[in-house]
Design a protein around this ligand. Structure first.
Ligand SMILES: [Mn+2]
Length: 348
């Protein structure tokens, strides 16, 4: 079950307190001790305060880190600029203990278990901080490459549950990732999307196009859903994708750039034209982006130099979310990197 992202909009000084309170609440929900809860709260107010004082505003996102053995609290601050000049020089990530994130972010860097940032002049800065329950954590030094996951999932304004759902399922031969968007929003949409995700776990061994056909039959009693499914096969070193309805799937690779794959018209449970699969080669640097139509798909990666190279997938997910969210529908984005990484059970 994917976590729902909690958003605190940084549009007023009162948002600093709200970010602090929401972060402490999530830390408590994840079972963090009182001291660690306070550390998480300090980091959240630091990020929110920084966005309030030095930027044109933005969001702080809070969620259990998707697809990490937990509990890990993920905090992302995404602002609307002006961005930090020469940010790379003051960037610290989880692989290094040198450098600083600049004024106001020192505490976040000190308290977090993992910290990384991406800044784009004018568009703004995205800061990612992840917290394990451990006090005074050493910076993580990942022992081996692992699947790199970034995901945000927010309900439409006024809704408490999302009509979108996603899954990321790893097995010894690869990864199956899917985003489903139940038609409309609210509980009935959520049920349709949930049926897609729950059914997929019973449909292993099929190709994405075959899975769509099976899902179409299973969704007849629901409101219907759009869905995109990608199968990363680490044996044949391919990514196989099929989609129906308005869900965007894109593959990025350093030599080929970005390839957008269009879903066939229709909706699972309502109308399915012959599913069509696209197969692209899997390279060590392939990145995959899936998102629902709560985000527009006119984004252009040339506007974000370096975003797909050397930055964690969570920074890509939050950057696209910040700049492409339509603001009137459930919105979900999933970004995957290090797709060829071997399976391993632990995290740092
Ligand atoms: Mn939608």
């Amino acid at each position: 079950m994917n976590p729902i992202t909690r958003r605190v909009v940084i549009d007023d000084v009162s948002a600093v307190h709200e970010a602090r309170r929401a972060a402490a609440q999530l830390a408590a929900d994840l079972g963090f001790c009182e001291v660690r809860r306070e550390q998480v709260a300090i980091a959240a107010s630091e990020l929110a305060s920084n966005a309030h004082k030095h930027t044109r505003g933005g969001d702080v996102y809070l969620q259990p880190a998707p697809h990490l053995p937990g509990p890990v609290l993920e905090m992302i601050a995404a602002d609307h600029g002006p961005g930090v000049a020469a940010f790379e020089q003051c960037l610290v990530d989880g692989y290094s203990t040198t450098g600083t994130l600049g004024a106001g972010l020192g505490a976040v860097q000190r308290l977090a278990s993992y910290c990384a940032a991406y800044s784009c002049p004018e568009r703004g800065t995205v800061v990612l901080a992840r917290f394990t329950a451990q006090l005074d954590p050493p910076m993580w030094t990942p022992p081996v490459r692992r699947l790199d996951v970034g995901a945000l999932a927010l309900p439409a304004p006024g809704e408490t549950i999302s009509g979108d759902a996603y899954t990321i399922a790893e097995d010894p031969d690869g990864v199956t990732v899917a985003v489903a968007d139940g038609l409309g929003h609210g509980p009935d949409a959520a049920e349709a999307a949930r049926t897609v995700i729950d059914s997929l776990s019973e449909l292993t061994g099929l190709t994405p196009a075959e899975q769509l056909r099976e899902l179409h039959a299973r969704l007849r009693s629901t409101r219907g859903a759009a869905a995109a499914i990608a199968r990363i096969d680490r044996v044949s070193r391919t990514v196989r994708i099929a989609a129906v309805g308005n869900v965007t799937c894109a593959v990025w690779e350093p030599d080929q750039g970005l390839t957008r794959l269009a879903g066939r018209p229709g909706a699972l449970g309502i109308r399915l034209s012959k599913p069509f699969e696209q197969v692209v080669p899997l390279t060590p640097n392939t990145r995959l982006v899936l998102h629902s139509d709560g985000l527009h798909n006119r984004w252009d990666l040339t506007a974000y130099p370096g975003l797909f190279t050397g930055h964690p997938a969570a920074l890509t997910a939050a950057t696209l979310f910040r700049d492409c969210e339509r603001g009137r529908d459930d919105a979900t984005v999933v970004v995957l990197g290090a797709l060829d990484a071997p399976l391993h059970g632990d995290f740092g």
